[in-house]
Design a protein around this ligand. Structure first.
Ligand SMILES: *[C@@H]1O[C@H](CO)[C@@H](O)[C@H](O)[C@H]1NC(C)=O
Ligand SMILES: *[C@@H]1O[C@H](CO)[C@@H](O)[C@H](O)[C@H]1NC(C)=O
Ligand SMILES: *[C@@H]1O[C@H](CO)[C@@H](O)[C@H](O)[C@H]1NC(C)=O
Length: 269
């Protein structure tokens, strides 16, 4: 094999392993190994769908499964179930959201995927400023700490899932600065976790009555950072009694889109 080809192969191996998809030092067959996903953002990530709503959705997306675990508010792994993914984390009403459908979709598409470890960190009504490193809310630190605790049991952080922005669509200045704040937030998370190429799936939000929603959506669509993929929530079903929150069918739709986007970038390696 030519020298160039060999170098190319090395480069590919290196760039894949640093993305966390191939790891030469960790055994994916190890029973404690988990593919870890951080769930962060505001209410639509935490879940506000009614468990008994009348939307039409495939029920298998909400199955509790021994291969889908969650790190609970007491930093303990347990089998994940919704509603309840964000119990004790988001102190507001916790309903059904896209987390379970995301995990179920991965296993439906790829039954050999192994164990999934969800790390719920979302908080309703938060703005991106409140999520920035150093903000007195402590949201950033709590998230990074939970991710580190999650790693202690064995596994790798495969992606950060970010669904937020409804709060920032209420004020022109916040909407205008959303893009640069998001870049800084992602850069800081990656630095603090020591994962410079951590894949990030950003949902382009589409609900709420924020006057500057389109500005926030544009920033989410246009973000230019490597290994960041935007997933559009447009068209996903929302609850009949409010204009902000996904219903169960909408949660499945967004969860599926997130999973498909993840599987696509995961396959590239
Ligand atoms: C679902 O539909 C039934 C019958 O129309 C209704 O009584 C119930 O309140 C609905 N559930 C929700 C959560 O909207
Ligand atoms: C965490 O532990 C406390 C004390 O044991 C318990 O009261 C609480 O319900 C637990 N929270 C969760 C989300 O399991
Ligand atoms: C934290 O966020 C709040 C809400 O946006 C903001 O008013 C405050 O200045 C931020 N604090 C820091 C240290 O950036």
């Amino acid at each position: 094999m030519g020298e160039k080809l060999f170098l190319l192969a090395c480069f590919m191996l290196l760039s894949c392993s640093s993305m966390g998809t191939i790891d030469l030092f960790q055994n994916e067959n190890d029973s404690s190994y988990k593919s870890i996903f951080i769930l962060a953002g505001q209410s639509n990530m935490a879940g506000r769908g009614y468990n008994n709503d009348n939307s039409t959705y495939p029920p298998e997306y909400f199955l509790s499964h021994p291969q889908i675990l969650m790190l609970d508010a007491n930093q303990t792994w347990k089998q994940a179930a919704d509603p309840g993914l964000h119990d004790g984390i988001d102190k507001r009403f916790v309903g059904v959201g896209p987390g379970m459908p995301f995990a179920n979709r991965i296993l439906i598409e790829n039954p050999e995927f192994g164990t999934i470890g969800l790390v719920p960190c979302a908080h309703g009504q938060t703005s991106i400023m409140q999520w920035m490193k150093g903000n007195e809310t402590g949201l950033f630190t709590q998230m990074v700490n939970r991710a580190k605790v999650a790693l202690q049991g064995g596994g790798e952080i495969k992606a950060l899932l970010w669904y937020q922005g409804e709060s920032d669509a209420l004020h022109y200045e916040d909407a205008l600065l959303y893009g640069s704040r998001l870049v800084k937030f992602i850069t800081d998370v990656r630095a603090d976790l020591g994962l410079p190429e951590l894949p990030v799936l950003v949902v382009a939000m589409m609900t709420g009555d924020g006057e500057f929603k389109m500005l926030v959506r544009e920033a989410q669509m246009d973000i230019k950072l490597p290994h960041v993929v935007t997933v559009d929530a447009k068209g996903a079903g929302i609850k009949t009694n409010d204009k902000v929150h996904l219903n169960k069918a909408g949660s499945v739709e967004v969860g599926k889109r997130l999973a498909d986007a993840f599987l696509e970038i995961n396959e590239e390696c």
